[in-house]
Design a protein around this ligand. Structure first.
Ligand SMILES: Nc1ncnc2c1ncn2[C@@H]1O[C@H](COP(=O)(O)OP(=O)(O)O)[C@@H](O)[C@H]1O
Ligand SMILES: [Mg+2]
Length: 591
């Protein structure tokens, strides 16, 4: 009895998802020098030397009928330590528990440290409740599964990305200048150059993507109006021309289809379109096209002088690729308009011409883009630059016109995915016993992911959504994983989100988003998830297969920060009136 009375803390209830503890004096309960707070850990032991570790979720004070004040602590059971090993889940402690006390720092450290083989350890955060405790994740599992970083503006997403990538590119298993990490950042706000000054930087001025690598959907998205896409004439004429032009430029290949990623000349398509919409033909012989260039003349079908007659459709189209011709007018009663010369292609032609000659789309349709080889494109996108290779490639999308943002992201993502696919095939063909599909794995980072892969069926997002969803579903086996950052998780495609295995959930204030995230996260989190709205900048709930326990952590500060979108208004406004060079501004504007 003596001993019983001295007990200061007692477990009064054990549920699968909750432990309740009554404490007489909080002072006596705490370990000297370690203050107890929400998020601290308790150890609850039984008579069989098993120890239940639980995380404190809340405190309250209860006054009993004798007027005595007691502290009621509710904690969420995380797992059991048995034979010096920590196991997730909390249902194997013998009841009633013998003793409850705050867990010691050493014990918690051990749980995290023991959980991961040292060579797989990757660490970028500390426990929020106790910064002395570093929180490692399993680096293989972390990067091999897609990662989602979510949080409201200002919660610390960009800094978190910077920290993770900076650490990933600097850790090495030997003595060499560059490690084998490969990260491509889709940077929509020009934020990351300052965090990665040595990166391979691609902005609108040096971005060259060959239009001929666009797939049919992407091409039609740029060149045909959405409303017109269903217009059979335009789309079928365009497909026919592209296919024929690909055949023309790749004469040695036998299988050439509309969607085969082969070179074709967009200017030649333009010429052919022009000719088709202007064409006239012999009303008696519909295969005689009335090009007025001296050699292709309207001739009598009875004569054998056939120099200007193009017999098949293919031959005609081939001729039409050569340039814009003039045609005999239809005044002559024997001459009628061609099949497409009734005005059906006029609007399409104007749009086409305008698009491919637009300065803003130079990065796709310029002579440089046209002549850029597939090899060079891939090298640039992956940072394999002769003499200046780089772990990080930043694709600054801030200058890409909004209407082609989706297809730009789509094209780049698709090329990088296919790199993984074909590289795996290559490795397997060289060595059928190969176990590692890709020894040069990539991480693709999408800031503001809801802008490329929204929960929306709108045509303008279709391309990027398709490409990124494919990576979400299949990328892992080809060594291409995603890191998605978003302030509006509820607006991200669910297909993509549900494929993520590692979550870094930062402060999230919008109730819609909170609800959505709760729904997607495992329900074994207890009330940890309710902390989301109150997290500080840089604090996050780290969840996933790569970490032994869901934990509230403080992400390490990055070495070099991404550039901030926060403008110090008040300081600037208090300064002296600033001169603004409108002419200089205009030059930039009209560039
Ligand atoms: N790990 C961190 N530790 C300390 N402060 C941080 C951390 N991460 C972010 N912050 C602070 O929070 C602010 C917002 O961070 P930022 O990464 O720009 O947020 P977001 O990208 O979510 O809008 C920054 O000014 C930064 O100083
Ligand atoms: Mg940001």
């Amino acid at each position: 009895m003596e001993e019983q009375e001295r007990i200061n803390a007692e477990v009064i209830a054990v549920y699968p998802d909750k432990v309740k503890v009554i404490v007489d004096s909080l002072e006596d309960f705490q370990i000297a020098g370690e203050s107890l707070k929400v998020g601290s850990y308790l150890r609850i032991s039984d008579n069989d030397n098993a120890v239940l570790i639980a995380i404190i979720e809340n405190f309250s004070i209860e006054v009993n009928d004798k007027g005595e004040r007691k502290h009621l602590i509710q904690a969420f059971p995380l797992g059991i330590i048995k034979d010096n090993k920590f196991i997730r889940g909390g249902d194997s402690i013998a009841i009633p528990p013998k003793k409850v006390e705050p867990a010691r720092e050493e014990e918690i450290k051990k749980i995290y440290e023991q959980s991961i083989d040292p060579k797989e350890v990757f660490t970028f955060a500390s426990l929020s409740a106790n910064h002395n405790i570093r929180i490692p994740v399993n680096g293989n599992k972390f990067f091999n599964k897609h990662i989602a970083v979510i949080g409201s503006t200002g919660s610390g997403k960009s800094h978190t990305l910077a920290t993770i990538i900076q650490k990933a590119i600097s850790e090495k298993s030997g003595e060499f200048a560059l490690n084998n990490s490969h990260v491509v950042i889709f940077d929509i706000h020009s934020e990351y150059k300052s965090a990665f000054p040595d990166a391979n930087f691609i902005g609108i001025d040096n971005l060259n993507l060959p239009y001929w690598l666009l797939n049919s959907e992407e091409l039609e998205e740029i060149l045909l109006d959405t409303g017109e896409r269903d217009n059979y004439n335009q789309s079928s004429v365009f497909r026919k021309l592209v296919t024929e032009n690909k055949k023309k430029h790749n004469p040695t290949l036998t299988k050439v289809f509309y969607d085969t990623p082969l070179y074709f000349d967009i200017k030649e398509i333009q010429s052919a379109l022009y000719n088709l919409k202007e064409e006239t033909k012999n009303s008696k012989s519909s295969n005689r096209f009335m090009i007025n260039d001296g050699s292709y003349v309207c001739i009598d079908s009875s004569t054998s002088v056939d120099s200007g007659i193009l017999l098949t459709d293919e031959q005609k189209i081939k001729k039409y690729f050569e340039g814009e011709f003039s045609f005999y007018p239809t005044k002559n009663q024997n001459i009628t308009k061609g099949e497409y010369a009734d005005g059906t292609l006029d609007k399409f032609f104007i749009r086409f011409q305008e698009k491919i000659n637009q300065d803003r789309l130079n990065f796709l349709f310029s002579t440089e883009s046209k002549s850029k080889s597939f090899e060079d494109t891939l090298k640039t996108l992956m940072g394999y630059i002769d003499g200046k290779s780089s772990n990080v490639t930043i694709i600054d999308l801030s200058g890409v016109p909004f209407e082609v943002l989706s297809i730009t992201v789509s094209l780049i993502s698709r090329i990088l995915f296919e790199y993984g696919y074909f590289y795996k095939r290559l490795r397997n063909s060289k060595n059928p016993a190969e176990k590692v599909n890709n020894d040069i794995p990539l991480l693709l980072v999408y800031e503001e992911a809801h802008k490329y892969v929204p929960n929306s069926e709108l045509a303008k997002y279709r391309s990027s959504k398709n490409s990124i969803e494919r990576i979400a579903k299949e990328g892992r086996k080809y060594g291409v994983t995603l890191l998605l950052a978003s302030q509006r998780p509820s607006e991200i495609s669910e297909t993509i989100f549900s494929q993520c295995n590692n979550f870094i959930a930062m402060r999230l204030t919008n109730p819609n988003d909170q609800g959505y995230v709760k729904k997607l996260l495992p329900d074994t989190l207890g009330s940890l998830i309710d902390k989301m709205p109150s997290l500080k900048a840089g604090e996050a709930l780290l969840i996933g297969e790569s970490i032994i326990l869901p934990s509230i952590v403080q992400i390490d500060e990055c070495k070099l920060p991404p550039s901030s979108n926060d403008i110090p208004y008040w300081e600037l406004w208090k300064d002296e009136w600033k001169h603004l060079d409108i002419n200089e501004l205009k030059k930039e504007w009209y560039k």
